[in-house]
Ligand binder design. Structure first.
Ligand code: NAD
Length: 474
C-alpha cells in the first residue's frame, strides 16, 4: 500500500481528499501520496501563522533558540530514517543524503543563537536614537527539489529566530522527508509557528499573492523568481530570492593536475549536477588542459551511475522527468552541433529511471547551449583559456552571478582574480562550502538579497528607529 503523508497546519497533521503522487526517480514507481492543497488549506495555514505570530514575536531569543535546537535534535536523532527517505524521493546517493540531513541539523544548531542586537545611532545630551529589528510577520517559504531539507531548514530557522512564523511549501517532487520532519517537530514548535503545506506549482502564486503573508523567501529557478517578484509587488511584500547559477571554475597552470581532478569532478557531479552552486563551466589554462581534462575523464570512468540506495553509487538519477528530458536535450544539442565528448553522451530516454551518464565535453564553444545555460545535470563542459583576463571575461559573461572557484597554488593571485568575479561567493581551492554565519546570495540574475548569517537574518526583519529627544521642551 502506498503511504499517505499529512501536512502540518496550526499544530495538527492534516490530510486532504485530493493528493499528489510522489515518484522515486530511480525506479519511476509511485512511493507515496501527499496532500494537494489549494486556497482553503493555504488560508487555514496563514490564519494559524498569523495567530501564532502574535505571541511568537514576543518571545525572548533564548526561548526561540530552545525551539530551534529542538528542531535540530529531532532531525539529527532521526537522521537514519530521514536520509533513506530523502534518497527514495530525491535520488541522491545515501552518503550525500546523509550529508544533507546532518548539514540541515548543523545549520539549525549554528543559527539558533543568532541575535540582532539594537544599534545606538546617537546617545548624547540632544537625543537617544536606537535601531531595533522587528520581525516582518508571516513568511511564505517556497523550496525546490534538489536540496529539499537544507532549503526548508534555511527558511524555517531564520524565520523563527527573527520572531516570524512561516508557511512553507516544499517542491511537489520532493515533499516526503519535509513532511516526516513536520511530524517529528509537531510538538517541538508552538502550534502555528511552522506550517508545512504541499501542492502543485499552482500553490506557489497563491502564496506569493496572499494578503496575509508579509514576506516571501524563495529558492528555485530564475524564471520562477521573476514571477514571484511580480506577484509580491502587488502589496510590496519583502522578498529574498536564491536563484539559478552558471558557476565558473578557473584552473591556473600551477594547479596540481592529479590532486585537483577529483575535486573538480565532484564540484560538478555531486547530486548529479543538480546544485545551484555546482561548477557548470570549467576553464582550464591551456598549459595543463590536455593533462587535466584526461585526468578528470579518467576519474569519471570509475564513478558508478545508479540507484542512490545501492552501495557504490556515486551519481544518482536526475530528480524528475521534466529535468531529465531537458538534460537529454542539451546533450543531443551538443551532439547535433558536432561538439566533442571526453566521456558519456549516450542517453536513453526510454529506459527505467531518470539516468544520465556522466558526460564531459571537450572545449565546446562559449555560445554552445551546454555552456551558456545552467545544465542542472551530470554534464560538464571543460574549456581552454590562455590568459587570466580572458578567463575572467568569459566567467563573467553570464546573466548569472551565484558563485565561482579559482584553483591555484598562488592564493594571492587567486584572490586577485576572485575580486574581479561578478558573483556572491568565490572559493579558492575548494567548492560549495557555505558557512551558516556568512551571507550567501547571488549577484545579477542569481538572486535578490541573501540567506545565512546576520545579513540573512535581517531579511526577516524591518529596522525600526526609536528616537528620544533629550533636550526637548514639552
Ligand atoms: P522551480 O523554480 O521550478 O520551483 C521551485 C519552487 O517554486 C517549487 O516549490 C515550485 O512548486 C514553486 N513554484 C513553481 N512555480 C511557481 C510560481 N509561479 N510561483 C511561486 N512558486 C512557484 O525550481 P526547481 O526546478 O524546483 O529547482 C531548480 C532551480 O533552483 C535551479 O535553477 C537551481 O539553480 C535553483 N536553485 C537555486 C539555489 C540557490 O540557493 N541559489 C539553490 C537550489 C536550487
Amino acid at each position: 500500500m502506498t503511504a499517505t503523508y499529512a501536512n502540518l497546519i496550526g499544530g495538527e497533521m492534516v490530510t486532504t481528499d485530493a493528493t499528489l503522487d510522489v515518484v522515486n526517480p530511480a525506479t519511476e514507481q509511485v512511493i507515496a501520496r501527499v496532500p494537494a492543497c489549494g486556497k482553503g488549506e493555504l488560508d487555514r495555514a496563514v490564519d494559524a501563522a498569523r495567530v501564532a505570530f502574535k505571541s511568537w514575536r514576543k518571545t525572548t531569543p533564548e526561548e526561540r533558540q530552545k525551539v530551534v535546537l529542538g528542531i535540530a535534535a529531532a532531525i539529527k536523532d532521526n537522521a537514519d530514517e530521514l536520509f533513506r527517505l530523502l534518497t527514495s524521493e530525491q535520488g541522491k546517493p545515501h552518503a550525500q543524503a546523509q550529508q544533507e540531513i546532518y548539514g540541515a541539523a548543523g545549520l539549525a544548531k549554528a543559527q539558533a543563537g543568532l541575535t540582532l542586537d539594537d544599534v545606538i545611532n546617537q546617545d548624547d545630551d540632544t537625543r537617544l536614537s536606537r535601531t531595533r529589528r522587528v520581525p516582518v510577520g508571516v513568511v511564505g517559504g517556497i523550496v525546490p527539489w534538489n536540496f529539499p531539507i537544507m532549503m526548508a531548514i534555511q527558511k524555517i530557522v531564520p524565520a523563527l529566530v527573527a520572531g516570524c512564523t512561516i508557511v512553507l511549501k516544499p517542491s511537489p517532487f520532493t515533499p516526503l522527508t519535509t513532511l516526516r520532519i513536520a511530524e517529528l517537530i509537531k510538538d517541538v514548535v508552538p502550534a502555528g509557528t511552522v506550517n508545512i503545506i504541499t501542492g502543485e506549482d499552482s500553490l506557489g502564486p497563491l502564496i506569493t499573492e496572499h494578503p496575509g503573508i508579509d514576506k516571501i523567501t524563495f529558492t528555485g529557478s530564475t524564471a520562477t523568481g521573476k514571477k514571484i517578484m511580480e506577484g509580491a509587488a502587488r502589496d510590496l511584500k519583502r522578498i529574498t530570492l536564491e536563484l539559478g547559477g552558471n558557476d565558473a571554475s578557473i584552473v591556473l597552470p600551477d594547479a596540481d593536475v592529479e590532486k585537483v581532478a577529483e575535486q573538480l569532478f565532484w564540484s560538478s557531479f555531486s547530486n548529479a549536477g543538480q546544485v545551484c552552486i555546482a561548477a557548470k563551466r570549467i576553464y582550464i589554462h591551456e598549459d595543463i588542459y590536455d593533462d587535466l581534462s584526461r585526468a578528470i575523464a579518467d576519474y569519471a570512468k570509475g564513478v558508478t551511475v545508479g540507484d542512490g540506495s545501492q552501495q557504490g553509487t556515486g551519481v544518482g538519477p536526475i530528480q524528475n522527468r521534466k529535468q531529465f528530458e531537458r538534460v537529454c536535450d542539451l546533450i543531443q544539442d551538443a551532439k547535433d552541433n558536432g561538439y566533442s565528448f571526453l566521456t558519456g553522451g549516450d542517453t536513453d530516454p526510454s529506459g527505467t529511471g531518470y539516468y544520465v551518464p556522466i558526460t564531459i565535453l571537450d572545449n565546446p564553444p562559449e555560445d554552445a547551449r551546454i555552456v551558456a545555460e545552467e545544465q542542472f545535470g551530470p554534464v560538464m563542459p571543460l574549456m581552454k583559456f590562455s590568459s587570466v583576463d580572458e578567463a575572467i571575461a568569459r566567467a563573467n559573461a553570464s546573466q548569472y552571478g551565484l558563485a565561482g572557484a579559482i584553483w591555484s597554488k598562488d592564493t594571492d593571485a587567486a584572490v586577485e582574480i576572485a575580486e574581479q568575479l561578478e558573483t556572491g561567493t568565490v572559493w579558492i581551492n575548494e567548492f560549495m562550502h557555505l558557512s551558516p554565519l556568512a551571507p550567501f546570495g547571488g549577484h545579477k540574475q542569481s538572486g535578490f538579497g541573501a540567506e545565512y548569517g546576520i545579513d540573512g537574518l535581517k531579511e526577516f526583519t524591518y529596522p525600526q528607529v526609536i528616537t528620544v529627544k533629550r533636550d526637548a521642551v514639552v
